[in-house]
Design a protein around this ligand. Structure first.
Ligand code: VL7
Length: 136
């Protein structure tokens, strides 16, 4: 039985986020400095295999809706502004997204461990891990 990610989650720790932004995603200096200082909130709605992820901050918001097993096109508008082809699948209780496009080895994984929401963002040889705790 797949995990339930629904709810509001607030960013607690973010490892290698700047490496991901600069080394892998080519985000400019000024944007990157703002991005690393942000408090991010994930608002997740899950209905079976249908998901809506909102990543919220005081600087920019990003929304992504998808169905597990159904390929879709994503434009990472306001992030690195690239067009990618995505597929999200379950690997056990992990939600795994592969993002095909200009950048090699790109994707993310979400899972819940010890009551916390984990997000691993990968691009090329950089792996960034964010941990979120439930917001009351
Ligand atoms: C979303 C950012 C660095 C650009 C702005 C930072 C604004 C708030 O794709 C993501 O999440 C998935 C899984 O939860 C669902 O869409 C990650 C943030 C990644 C990477 C790029 C910095 C500019 C942050 C939106």
């Amino acid at each position: 039985m797949p995990a339930n990610f629904s709810g509001k989650w607030i960013l607690e720790t973010s490892d290698k986020f700047e490496d991901l932004s600069i080394l892998a995603l080519d985000i400019d200096f000024a944007t990157r400095k703002i991005a690393i200082s942000l408090s991010q909130t994930k608002v997740v709605s899950q209905d079976g295999d249908k998901f809506d992820f909102k990543t919220l901050s005081t600087f920019r918001n990003y929304e992504l809706a998808f169905t597990v097993g159904v390929e879709f096109d994503e434009c990472t508008k306001g992030l690195d502004n690239r067009n990618i082809k995505c597929l999200v699948t379950w690997e056990g209780d992990k939600l795994v997204c592969t993002q095909k496009g200009e950048k090699a080895n790109r994707g993310w994984k979400h899972w819940i461990e010890g009551g916390k929401l984990y997000l691993e963002l990968t691009c090329e040889n950089v792996v960034c891990v964010q941990v979120f705790k439930r917001k009351e």
